[in-house]
Design a protein around this ligand. Structure first.
Ligand SMILES: Cc1cc2nc3c(=O)[nH]c(=O)nc-3n(C[C@H](O)[C@H](O)[C@H](O)COP(=O)(O)OP(=O)(O)OC[C@H]3O[C@@H](n4cnc5c(N)ncnc54)[C@H](O)[C@@H]3O)c2cc1C
Length: 492
């Protein structure tokens, strides 16, 4: 058995790519296939949650091996190749106030932030009519539809309900059963009258979770908003939806993937790629984790991914029913990002932020994804929930045509002729199964919620879905990695 010691991991004192070369990597490939590797902890998944857990456990003196199915780190954080050697954001992108843990990690990795372009007006497209609106008024990012008073009354009610949620443990709310027995759709229909308010509530669910509001437990949505804060600042819907002062306020220089890529490089060869874990066997003494081409024996294992994807691994003995059933009841949203690259961010000259909300077409929300210096224009559109499901099976040309039709409708003819386009379809990604996050339908949280984080013997669970604050976001992923590292360190 080859053991990856802390001394070797830390090398000459720093977690550098060179210093962290594990003995596992030095072993010939054929030997690695037969002889199990050994470590205190094996972490399954090199997304932000798994990498953060590895960082903290190694720093606490534990030997660690990370097994990652893909050929790259980052999971749902991904630099989408544009075909000219550059990348644009294919997955997670934005960071905002109170997202303290991803901010700290990015700072540690030397990755800087810059403000999302937010000068000018937003575009609102509804019932065949395009209009422009400013976002510096009382309504913030909410478009001034006819139903806006109706909407604001509904939002006030939601705000009061959000305050009753024990963050991260929504199943403990006094009205948990009542709220978990309905969808956000049924609640929004019972608490609003106008088409405008109903559309905007659906648009909120779509742009935040990329799931139809018919599929989302009201309790889940309330917790999602309650989690959009930190220990000293309560979460709000405004912080979820706003650019200025909200979750879309800033971006990372060089792209968000710089954070996991640099962290994985520091961890070095303890992170093994192209190693999809197929099975986890637990005994009284430890765990044996079997991936393609490598087997690892360890005292504890951390599964650092969404519950739905964790459910693809074979566990023996079988998991407690609560966890096994949870993994069947936490589906991923459906989402793609479509990107058009232009010589200039031409919408800026037209007085537009590049942000839009639309009720029709493939794209229902857009952002200006240009680089910090605006040296070229990059428009990004979300192809959310039902829209991307409709395009399942469509050819690349058909998706491109649908994406450009939306951009042109929202930003005019100049949008019709980009230099290039690219698309990232998360539903077709085997190791993500959709995005941005796993979502609870009615009944799941009250019946199975505690199983999100509860360890099953030697198996521990991480991933943004397990976080208290900023669940669903990069910040939640980092928080979950930090939490699980403390949990495992204490258990060893
Ligand atoms: C389109 C999109 C837009 C988003 N926008 C934002 C945003 O603007 N801001 C924000 O904060 N968040 C955003 N998010 C959410 C954010 O990406 C996630 O919350 C976060 O990256 C999740 O990290 P994680 O470590 O929990 O999971 P993941 O990133 O999913 O990591 C899990 C890892 O496990 C690996 N894996 C899976 N199965 C196995 C297996 N059997 N064996 C080995 N490895 C396995 C996967 O390949 C993956 O690398 C977005 C997500 C998407 C998809």
């Amino acid at each position: 058995m080859t053991r990856v010691s802390r001394r070797r991991l830390l090398g000459t004192g720093a977690l550098t790519a060179a210093g962290a070369v594990a003995s596992a990597a030095a072993a010939p490939a054929a030997a690695a296939r037969t002889a199990p590797l050994g470590a205190d902890v094996v972490i399954v998944g090199a997304g932000l949650s798994g990498l953060t857990a590895a960082r903290d456990l190694a720093a606490a003196g534990r030997s660690v091996i990370v097994l990652e199915a893909r050929e790259r780190p980052g999971g749902r954080v991904y630099g989408l190749p544009l075909g000219d050697g550059t990348t644009s954001e294919g997955g997670a992108e934005f960071i905002g106030p109170t997202q303290d843990r991803i901010a700290a990690l990015a700072g540690e990795m030397g990755v800087e932030t810059f403000k999302t372009y937010n000068e000018g007006k937003n575009v609102y497209y509804r019932n065949g009519k395009r209009s422009l609106y400013a976002t510096d008024g009382l309504l913030g990012a909410v478009p001034p539809d006819w139903g806006v008073i109706d909407l604001e009354l509904a939002l006030l009610k939601l705000g009061a309900m959000i305050k009753e949620i024990p963050v991260g443990e929504p199943w403990k709310a006094a009205k948990a059963e009542e709220w978990d027995a309905q969808t956000f759709y049924t609640w929004s229909r019972s608490n609003s009258l106008s088409g405008g308010a109903r559309f905007l509530m659906d648009a909120f669910a779509s742009s935040t979770l990329s799931m139809r509001s018919q599929e989302i437990s009201l309790l889940y949505l309330l917790n999602y908003a309650a989690a959009a804060g930190n220990e000293s600042t309560p979460g709000t819907i405004d912080r979820l939806i706003n650019t200025k002062g909200g979750a879309q306020e800033s971006r990372f220089v060089g792209g968000s993937q710089e954070v996991p890529v640099r962290l994985a490089a520091r961890l070095g060869d303890i992170v093994r790629y192209n190693a999809p874990v197929r099975s986890i066997a637990s005994t009284a003494d430890g765990v044996t984790v079997t991936a393609d081409g490598v087997t690892v024996s360890a005292k504890r294992v951390v599964v650092a991914m969404s519950p739905a994807i964790a459910g693809k691994i074979d566990y023996s003995p079988g998991l407690p029913a609560s966890r096994a059933q949870l993994m069947q009841r936490y589906p991923m949203g459906s989402i793609a990002k479509f990107v058009g690259v232009y010589d200039t961010p031409f919408w800026r000259e037209d007085g537009l932020t590049g942000q839009a909300v639309a009720d029709s077409g493939a794209i229902d929300a857009t952002f200006d994804n240009s680089p910090p210096d605006g040296s070229r224009g990059i428009l990004m559109g979300f192809i959310n929930q039902a829209n991307i499901r409709k395009l399942d099976g469509a050819s690349a040309d058909e998706v491109r045509a649908a994406g450009l039709a939306s951009f042109t409708k929202l930003f005019g003819d100049k949008a019709a002729a980009p230099r290039m386009t690219a698309v990232q379809r998360w539903d077709n990604e085997m190791w993500s199964g959709g995005g941005p996050v796993g979502i609870a339908p009615p009944g799941a949280l009250t019946a199975f919620g505690p199983a999100l984080r509860e360890p099953c013997g030697r198996i521990h669970w991480a991933g943004t879905e397990t976080s208290d604050y900023w669940t669903g976001y990069m910040d939640g992923a980092v928080r979950s990695g930090e939490r699980v590292a403390r949990e495992v360190h204490a258990a060893l």
